[in-house]
Design a protein around this ligand. Structure first.
Ligand SMILES: [Zn+2]
Ligand SMILES: [Zn+2]
Length: 316
């Protein structure tokens, strides 16, 4: 079972700005004084030792995550990260190129979760089959609307790939080869859905993005659904102050993720759906505050807290 992140941002694409790039460069050069940078190996080691916010960027693309084994590919959301996924599928760099059927589950239809679809190149091939799943009524119509001629030059229905659209009910369990996919509604404007993917050995990945846990929906209602997950991918868009100011926006914090993970027996928590307003330094700060919170509140609980970045891969 493999997990890969193709887009980790919330709300809208947020590429590095020229100023942000220059600041990174300045900070890296400052830290390089007196370091051994004689050959490529020592340069790589120097980069590896940099703080995360300098050695990399968390990435600017919106939500897209894959879960796969040798034979089956599940795609969670079609934010702009799906464009690179499509290119790597076609080039054979990612996934078994003999398998031409992919399964795309939408958490919901907000733009940051669908607007990479027009740029997902596999739609242009007639030997490829795409199975679309979502809980939202008439979602085929809304995906189609996004590619109405007023908005985009090429319609979804005109694309030669084979397409199947399945509207899901809350209790449905979808079988994709060795995987079973369960779902649970989240508190989000017009609704969002979390997905739990379980393989035949019982390994579990939960994808829970775009969810708010406040008075209306308390986080303990989700403990059973998250229970025992190897990985919980969690909406960590805000810090506490921002959450207080953005009641009913439908998002959460890393600390609520820590509480949920510990109380549900989760092994690894992955912070996801980073705020488009935050640069890499702010995202790092949010990550370190989550680690501090975990150490202070649950010192003896063995929970790995990880921050999602574009391109991150995990095998389990
Ligand atoms: Zn979103
Ligand atoms: Zn949303």
């Amino acid at each position: 079972m493999k997990l890969k992140f193709w887009g980790v941002r919330g709300s809208i694409n947020s590429p590095l700005s020229p100023d942000q790039y220059r600041n990174k460069l300045r900070n890296v050069l400052n830290l390089s004084t007196g370091k051994d940078l004689e050959d490529l190996g020592s340069i790589e080691r120097f980069i590896d030792d940099l703080p995360l916010s300098l050695s990399t960027t968390y990435g600017g693309n919106t939500s897209c995550v894959t879960v796969n084994d040798e034979e089956n590919l599940i795609i969670l959301d079609a934010g702009t990260g799906i464009r690179n996924l499509g290119n790597e599928l076609l080039s054979g760099k990612f996934f078994n190129s003999r398998i031409r059927e992919y399964n795309l589950f939408f958490s919901h239809l907000h733009l940051d979760h669908i607007n990479g679809l027009p740029f997902f190149a596999p739609v242009h091939f007639k030997d490829i089959k795409l199975n679309f799943y979502a809980h939202h009524n008439e979602f085929e119509k809304y995906l189609s609307l996004q590619q109405n001629f007023n908005f985009f030059p090429v319609s979804l229905e005109s694309r030669p790939c084979k397409k199947k659209f399945a509207e899901l009910n809350d209790d449905d369990v979808i079988t994709v080869g060795n995987f079973s996919v369960f779902s649970k509604p989240l508190n989000h404007p017009n609704g969002s859905y979390s997905y739990k993917i379980v393989d035949r050995s019982g390994r579990k990945i939960v994808y829970a993005t775009d969810g708010e846990y406040t008075a209306k929906t308390i986080v303990s209602e989700f403990f059973d659904f998250f229970r025992g997950a190897d990985i919980l991918i969690f909406d960590s868009q805000y810090n506490f102050n921002e959450l207080a100011q953005r009641y009913n926006y439908g998002h959460s914090t890393a600390e609520i993720g820590v509480d949920a993970a510990v109380n549900s027996g989760v092994k690894k928590l992955i912070l996801f759906h980073h705020n488009h307003e935050n640069d890499d330094d702010k995202i790092s700060a949010l990550y370190f505050s989550a680690i501090k919170y975990k150490e202070a509140k649950y010192p003896s609980y063995d929970l790995a807290v990880v921050i999602a970045n574009e391109g991150m891969e995990i095998s389990l």
